[in-house]
Write a protein that binds this ligand. Structure first.
Ligand code: HEC
Ligand code: HEC
Ligand code: HEC
Ligand code: HEC
Ligand code: HEC
Length: 512
């Protein structure tokens, strides 16, 4: 069902329009007890005229003449408020603010679920819970925060508020490292490091979540992707700078500097790779690391985690040293035909559009299936003049339907292994006897999750996703055989994962 912020505003009885609601949520103060996030429209005065003109002419929301004549406020390297950038770039800001809208596609987009706001969680709308709908996900994450709350992703406007209110926050204490990807944190990192962004990054990673959250106020904003003077794309996140350096080193290129050496086309993917990637928190300092030192493929990351003996948690029902994969869109895309053809994230998720009398990159980042005419047709109609948007959508859904079937089969196999391990434990088998099956669970689970957590339902690299699911299924079934036959030798070496180290608790800077 289509539910836009507009219908929400109506449902809530709030006289808010997209621009206004978007601006309100995009400037939410961190952790403030809000009555209703959607009704908070007092702050961003800049958007008022926009809301009005949006009403009159939805497609054209240029500012009123009076506003255009005022000299816009300067944009400096400390301006993280997108509304301030919006005074100079009203069309971009208006499109960016539309990421509050929620609309479902067959497998993607997002579906809005109204909820009654509370003092603790001010959200009046959330996205659908995936973990409540899928017993397999719950089984695979037993003992880990994701079993408590895991929802479908939604627009950038919600990135800050959703990280603060996820049920994972009450399940376990989270580090400040979340701020890298859920907030406009460039200015905060720079301030914390007295001008040295990497130093500030290190400081914020190691803070308890609430301390770091106090330092930020917006979700991903203009300053996180753009140079403030030239508007050129730039990478602001140390974790990506370091991740790419490690990746390039594995390919024989030393001291790679993404901001100096990447082409503009590469930057159109790298700005997204600041966040849409697999990661882990390394050691006591909870450093945010992208595990690419051996390459971008799932087996490269599995090998790295095995080598350093890393586990995200110990599976509660089986004792397996488990891994959690997170949104590897960049890694998966890099294995697909579009990456091979030089087509980047921005080509599909931020296509050029005509809006407000200008031709701009669409800053309404969302599912391209809601925008096929702009996102796909420009390219594909060049190669096939007869192709229609409907035909392209059908092709995507055919890929996704096949993908989903295989994903279900792999999930069934994994749950089968988990059930068998539980039964073996109940029958009195000890960890030594279960080791092979536990290791196969670790593998089957990471491979399946790598594909599950990747948000395109197979589209970004269909064959690669199918290969990974096939391997996952194979590992799960081999784990089951190992439980039945102690002499069985799996096709991969079983790696010993040492017990997890006891990490010191996160310490609030105020207490230091
Ligand atoms: C050739 C076009 C194309 C390219 C290139 C591309 N995507 Fe996608 N992306 C899609 C399609 C199609 C979907 C599926 C959307 C759906 O199911 O509604 C998708 C889904 C997604 C989703 C989930 C969206 C949702 O609605 O839940 C995210 C996040 C995403 N892509 C990020 C990226 C990133 C990051 C990159 C680059 C590393 C990238 N995409 C490259 C076409 C593309
Ligand atoms: C490397 C970047 C990165 C880090 C670090 C990160 N996230 Fe995310 N997070 C994302 C991206 C990208 C999405 C959207 C794609 C998705 O949902 O899979 C997301 C989605 C979410 C969501 C919405 C979907 C869901 O899972 O329910 C929540 C909540 C969330 N993250 C919480 C957190 C918390 C809490 C932390 C810190 C422990 C954190 N994230 C750390 C990038 C990151
Ligand atoms: C600073 C981190 C960050 C950057 C940079 C970033 N994203 Fe995201 N993105 C997120 C998070 C976090 C979410 C999930 C927000 C939530 O669910 O609350 C998300 C959600 C999305 C979605 C889902 C939207 C929907 O309606 O379901 C898409 C698509 C997407 N991002 C694509 C991109 C693309 C393409 C780029 C690069 C042009 C990009 N993102 C850059 C963090 C980021
Ligand atoms: C997630 C990254 C990201 C964020 C956040 C972002 N942009 Fe962009 N922006 C891009 C990309 C990608 C392009 C295309 C640049 C290119 O190809 O050289 C772009 C292009 C632009 C351009 C050049 C003209 C055009 O439309 O191509 C302007 C101006 C601009 N953005 C303004 C803004 C403003 C203002 C904001 C905040 C309200 C913002 N951007 C937020 C990624 C981002
Ligand atoms: C900038 C150009 C460009 C854009 C934008 C683009 N594509 Fe493509 N697409 C290509 C190219 C090039 C290929 C590879 C064709 C070949 O080599 O056979 C391709 C291949 C495909 C394939 C075949 C995939 C496969 O794995 O065999 C599908 C399906 C597809 N595109 C769908 C889409 C959809 C849907 C969108 C919009 C979300 C889109 N494309 C956007 C250029 C583009």
């Amino acid at each position: 069902m289509r539910m836009s912020s507009r219908s929400y505003a109506a449902a809530l009885g709030a006289a808010a329009l997209t621009g206004l609601v978007g601006a309100a949520i995009l400037t939410l103060p961190a952790l403030s007890p809000l009555g209703d996030a959607f009704a908070q429209s007092d702050k961003p005065k800049a958007s008022k005229h926009r809301a009005k003109s949006t009403k009159a002419q939805p497609a054209k929301a240029q500012p009123a003449k009076a506003a255009a004549q005022e000299a816009p406020p300067p944009i400096t390297d400390d301006t993280d408020d997108p509304a301030v950038w919006g005074k100079t770039f009203p069309v971009h800001y208006e499109l960016y603010s539309k990421t509050v809208d929620m609309e479902r596609t067959k497998y993607g987009g997002s579906e809005a679920e109204p909820r009654t706001p509370t003092q603790a969680d001010p959200r009046s709308v959330v996205s659908k819970s995936k973990v409540e709908e899928d017993a397999g996900l719950k089984a695979m994450w037993q003992g880990y925060a994701f079993s408590a709350d895991f929802r479908e992703d939604r627009g950038h406007a919600y990135a800050n508020i959703d990280q603060q209110n996820t049920g994972r926050q009450t399940f376990a204490k989270q580090p400040g490292a979340c701020m890298n990807c859920h907030a406009s944190s460039y200015v905060a990192m720079k301030k914390q490091g007295d001008g040295d962004v990497t130093k500030g990054f290190e400081k914020m990673n190691a803070m308890p979540f609430p301390d770091a959250a106090k330092l930020v106020s917006h979700p991903v904003s203009c300053i996180d992707c753009h140079d403030t003077q030239t508007m050129a794309l730039r990478v602001t996140r140390p974790a990506l700078i370091e991740g790419l350096r490690a990746l390039k080193a594995s390919q024989g290129i030393q001291n790679y500097d993404v901001n100096k050496q990447a082409s503009n086309q590469e930057m159109r993917a790298y700005v997204c790779a600041q966040c849409h990637v697999e990661y882990y928190f390394k050691g006591a300092e909870r450093r945010l690391v992208f595990p690419w030192a051996k390459g971008l493929k799932v087996e490269n990351m599995q090998a790295l985690y095995d080598e350093i003996g890393f586990r995200d948690w110990t599976h509660k029902d089986t004792g397996a040293p488990a891994l959690k994969a997170q949104h590897p869109e960049f890694e998966m895309w890099s294995q697909g035909i579009h990456a091979r053809a030089g087509v980047t994230c921005s080509d599909c998720h931020m296509p050029m559009i005509k809006h407000g009398g200008q031709t701009v990159s669409d800053h309404w980042v969302r599912s391209p299936l809601l925008n096929i005419a702009n996102a796909c047709m420009g390219c594909h109609s060049k190669h096939d003049a007869k192709i229609t948007a409907k035909e392209l959508k059908d092709r995507v859904e055919a890929i996704q339907d096949r993908h989903w079937k295989l994903r279900e089969d792999a999930m069934q196999a994994l749950v089968g292994l988990i059930d068998d391990l539980k039964a073996a434990k109940a029958a009195g088998k000890g960890d030594a006897e279960l080791k092979t099956a536990q290791y196969m669970q670790r593998r089957a689970q990471f491979y399946l999750d790598f594909v599950e957590a990747e948000n395109s339902t197979g589209f970004h690299a269909p064959q690669e996703a199918a290969r990974i699911l096939g391997e996952s299924l194979n590992y799960a079934r081999q784990g089951q055989i190992a439980l039945r036959d102690a002499s069985f030798k799996p096709t991969v070496a079983v790696v010993d994962i040492p017990p997890p180290p006891a990490l010191p608790p996160l310490v609030s800077p105020a207490a230091k």
